[in-house]
Design a binder for this molecule. Structure first.
Ligand code: G6P
Length: 343
């Protein structure tokens, strides 16, 4: 559409006449439109979906708007209802994933405000959305997404803060989150020092058939993303489980042979996660507990809602080391592609 001259003789002529529309798009206050929306939908595939899931609680807390999560293909399969009053946020590292792109066309045709969060300027999703945010995470080559994941969460957290009301009652919390956000790179640098420990852990786990990862609250997405990374590159069966659902099935799998990672970081879910840990232990599960170093002291240093960006890093290292030990292709796992442009 944009590259046709339509009824005009020249592109220059057409573009001069387009200015009422282009200026409207430039100055339109999209934040205001999002704030007024009835619902926010996050739509994506794979790791991008998990990133949005990790940031969902922050968006809910600060915007006060109901947030629903959609795996792009499932939304399309169901032709799930989308309305003009909705804001649909498309999360995609490449900006080219076929299902996400088709879901964008679908949401647009239903009149929703469409926002893109991509890492690729000029990508189909960046071009097709009404407005968007560029991750600026730099080129990501490995098929399994890692650095885009943490940047996606950071961008959505910043969007959540922008949507929130800047009042006296929220100021302290907003400032605390901003402070921690700015310090995030150094915190990530700290956890990267766990590389050697993760190598040792990988050596211990390399022969396993299966790995369960239990997380909850802010770290539900961390469990899913850890399992996805392990599956994608080390080709080991792994399942991320929301710990609150343990008794509805996963517990039946637990015996003295099963390896389980329990994410029990000091946050609002810690007590519940400790009880999960005890119950898994009582069934003789072979637990690896991911916990906070120096507990109470560290607890004050980092906002709980930002922990997913830190916690995933050692787990990414674990998936990487497992893959190296198992002798598989780290950057191009079998059967997978960096950008899935066909359905
Ligand atoms: C493929 C990649 C994943 C990625 C997913 C979504 O499956 O292997 O790493 O998370 O696509 O890609 P996108 O570019 O839309 O984030």
């Amino acid at each position: 559409e944009q590259i046709r001259k339509g009824n005009f003789e020249h592109f220059m002529q057409k573009e001069i006449h387009e200015q009422p529309d282009s200026l409207t798009m430039t100055i339109r206050d999209h934040l205001k439109t999002i704030r007024r929306s009835r619902r926010i939908l996050f739509i994506g595939c794979g790791t991008s979906y998990n990133a949005a899931l990790a940031a969902r609680p922050v968006v809910e807390e600060h915007s006060g708007i109901p947030v629903t999560m959609e795996i792009a293909s499932d939304l399309l399969d169901r032709q799930g209802p989308i309305y003009r009053e909705d804001t649909a946020i498309f999360v995609s590292q490449s900006g080219e994933t076929a299902y996400t792109l088709e879901a964008l066309e679908y949401a647009k045709s239903n009149g929703a405000l469409c926002v893109g969060i991509t890492n690729t300027v000029g990508s189909a999703i960046a071009r097709g959305t009404h407005c968007g945010i560029h991750l600026n995470a730099g080129c990501e080559i490995g098929v399994a997404s890692t650095k885009a994941y943490t940047s996606q969460i950071a961008v959505i957290v910043m969007l959540a803060l922008a949507l929130g009301v800047d009042s006296l009652s929220t100021q302290q919390r907003r400032n605390a989150i901003m402070d921690v956000l700015y310090n995030l790179p150094s915190k990530v640098r700290d956890v990267l020092k766990l590389d050697r420990d993760m190598k040792e852990l990988a050596a211990l786990l390399m022969e396993e058939q299966s790995l369960l990862v239990f997380g909850r609250g802010y770290n539900y997405a961390t469990a899913l993303e850890c399992a996805l990374k392990v599956k994608q590159v080390s080709l080991m069966h792994a399942e991320g489980i929301v710990a609150g659902d343990m008794k509805h099935g996963p517990l039946a799998l637990v015996d003295e042979t099963l390896r389980i990672i329990v994410i029990a970081i000091r946050d609002a879910s810690l007590n519940k996660q400790q009880s999960v840990r005890q119950q898994l232990k009582a069934r003789k599960g072979r637990l690896i507990v991911m916990c906070t170093e120096g507990d109470a002291e560290f607890m004050c240093l980092i906002e709980h809602c930002l922990q997913p960006m830190i916690n995933i890093v050692p787990l990414q290292l674990l998936a990487y080391q497992l893959t190296v030990f198992r002798g598989f292709n780290v950057d191009q796992p079998r059967n997978l592609a960096k950008s899935v442009t066909t359905q």
